[in-house]
Design a protein around this ligand. Structure first.
Ligand SMILES: [Fe+2]
Ligand SMILES: [Fe+2]
Length: 404
């Protein structure tokens, strides 16, 4: 894409009183890049504008390469760092004023708030509302669990511009990787931050979550049964990894499943006919999913649920003419997938209307996978492996996070 400044006229901006110090008055016939250049000079940060132009150029290249919206990439490059001109003290008060939740890591390093503040300023001052633009700018420093392609693109383009390749060899690697896959480029940077925290005062929780997302996406690709369509009676299910359940349409959740754990070992349930079964079940009418899971853990394992961490969901489509129960969504619905610690304290309750559990075992991951595979349940074997892997990664991330 060839862009010309005159293609981006800026007819109107809105400068709230708390931002008057930073935003000069708009001049007649000004363009967005012309105004931004003046904005950064006004704030004595001309080098940041040079950086933004470099990011914009690389972002546009990547957008064209990956078939993404080049205009959004360009705007993201130009605008992503506008909040860096605000002093740290004012970043904190502005974030509070704009009701941005401030994490302890951001309180310690207020600079990290500039990603979310830039997003707010883009909306407030320039009136831009495109969700892809706001999302990508809002997480361009740390990424986040639930990241889309445009988020990855701006994140990678940003990392390619700050440092010259001789001072940071990883910049060169990211650049090369970006031509193959955005995910790979992102991963190189995330691993760099993870392993070499010298000079990085905190690990932002969003960055830790983004790394978990990349890892779980890659691990999922190694699990053939879980990456393909699964058939459960009339239901066709497709697994999607997801670390952050926020944003899932909870009205579509009809079932909740768990990889139950006792410490680092796995709980398995076997029915009277010898089949190993997926722990969890269908929600009662108007029942919150955590209540349903607590109930199922009692019924199927005689246990108590101590915690639950979502790592994905099955999108299900039923070929049956009627819903499984009259109140559940049909024909599309969601089966939530997570792992969690349970305390085993008695026999399964086995209510008469449910499947009867004959045996509850606690085994290591190899044994669980072997039992499920050898009885033809590769889907469940992969499900257990995925849950176990995500638990391990989350555990390592937690330990690392508390180290710093
Ligand atoms: Fe930035
Ligand atoms: Fe930047």
């Amino acid at each position: 894409m060839v862009y010309r400044n005159e293609d981006y006229p800026l007819r109107h901006i809105h400068i709230p009183v708390e931002l008057e110090l930073y935003f000069p008055v708009l001049q007649e016939n000004e363009t967005l890049p012309g105004y931004l250049e003046r904005f950064f000079i006004h704030n004595r940060e001309p080098a940041t504008w040079v950086h933004c132009c470099q990011v914009a150029r690389r972002a546009v290249q990547l957008a064209e390469q990956y078939g993404l919206d080049a205009r959004i990439a360009l705007l993201g490059g130009w605008l992503h760092d506008i909040a860096t001109v605000i002093p740290d003290e004012h970043k904190l008060t502005l974030a509070a004023r704009y009701e941005i939740p401030i994490l302890p890591e951001e309180r310690k390093v207020p600079y990290l708030l500039h990603q979310q503040l830039s997003r707010r300023l883009i909306e407030k001052v320039f009136g831009l509302k495109e969700p892809q633009l706001l999302s990508a700018v809002g997480c361009h420093t740390t990424l986040r669990a639930d990241m889309e392609m445009m988020d990855q693109l701006l994140f990678a383009a940003d990392k390619l511009s700050w440092t010259s390749s001789d001072t940071a060899p990883y910049v060169h690697q990211i650049n090369e990787a970006a031509d193959r896959s955005l995910e790979e480029a992102v991963q190189i940077y995330l691993e760099h931050v993870w392993t070499d925290t010298a000079g990085i005062p905190v690990l932002h929780p969003w960055l830790i979550a983004a790394r978990l997302t990349v890892q779980s996406r890659q691990y999922l690709r190694t699990l053939p049964a879980l990456s393909a369509d699964i058939h459960w009676g009339p239901v066709t299910a497709r697994f999607h990894e997801r670390i952050d359940p926020a944003g899932l349409d909870t009205a579509l959740i009809s079932n909740v499943s768990i990889v139950p754990m006792v410490g680092d070992r796995l709980v398995m349930i076997q029915l009277e006919d010898g089949r190993w079964e997926l722990p969890g079940g269908t929600l009662e009418k108007d029942e919150p999913y955590l209540d349903a899971l607590q109930r199922e853990v009692e019924e199927e394992m005689g246990g108590m649920l101590l915690d639950y961490q979502v790592f994905g969901y099955f999108h299900c489509e039923s070929a049956a003419s009627l819903p499984y129960r009259p109140y559940i969504p049909h024909p599309h619905f969601i089966r939530l997938a997570g792992y969690g610690q349970v305390r085993l304290q008695g026999a399964p309750l086995n209510p008469p209307d449910g499947e009867q559990v004959a045996r509850v075992d606690v085994v290591d991951i190899e044994e669980a996978v072997e039992r499920l595979r050898s009885t033809g349940r590769s889907d469940l074997a992969d499900f257990y492996r995925m849950g176990y892997y995500c638990w391990q990664q989350q555990f390592a991330a937690y330990s690392r996070g508390t180290e710093l």
